[in-house]
Design a protein around this ligand. Structure first.
Ligand code: TYD
Length: 134
């Protein structure tokens, strides 16, 4: 099941006895042009990140280290994606509500985004988000 077009995308994995390597390219593994990257770390147990949607911004989220879950919600259906490998990413389109939960100790969430940071691109009110879906 895909909510909107939220989906797991497998990244290349170059196996090597010296250590493995993965990578991503814009408009290839990531289905948009990359304008920004950010990462979330030192998340205390039980904390929730996200809790908003974007009007325009699309994202690709990777658990570079450790694990966490991303709950995506299109206003009628919720789906939980578990991220726990550095060679899987979750594509999250715009206009999808999302929360990041259950961060493991020392987890590192790496996010590439299709827009520069813009607070006005955030929809942070869930009831207003739901109204846009009617
Ligand atoms: P926010 O996106 O609300 O965090 P999350 O969705 O993970 O809960 O961002 C938290 C703060 O960081 C907020 O004040 C905006 C700032 N921020 C930037 O300045 N640039 C960025 O690229 C991001 C993602 C956040």
């Amino acid at each position: 099941m895909n909510i909107g077009s939220a989906k797991i995308i497998e990244l290349p994995k170059i196996l090597d006895e010296r250590g493995n390597l993965s990578f991503l390219e814009e408009n290839n593994h990531v289905p948009f042009q990359i304008k920004r990257s950010y990462w979330i770390y030192d998340v205390p147990g039980g904390a929730i990140r996200g809790g908003h949607s974007y009007y325009e911004n699309q994202e690709f989220i990777i658990a570079i280290s450790g694990s966490f879950e991303v709950v995506v919600d299109n206003g009628s259906i919720k789906q939980t994606f578990s991220l726990n490998r550095s060679y899987y990413g979750l594509y999250v389109p715009n206009n999808i509500w999302r929360e990041m939960i259950n961060f493991s100790t020392n987890s590192l969430a790496f996010v590439v985004a299709s827009t520069n940071y813009d607070e006005f691109d955030y929809q942070r009110d869930y009831q207003s988000f739901l109204k846009t879906k009617k």
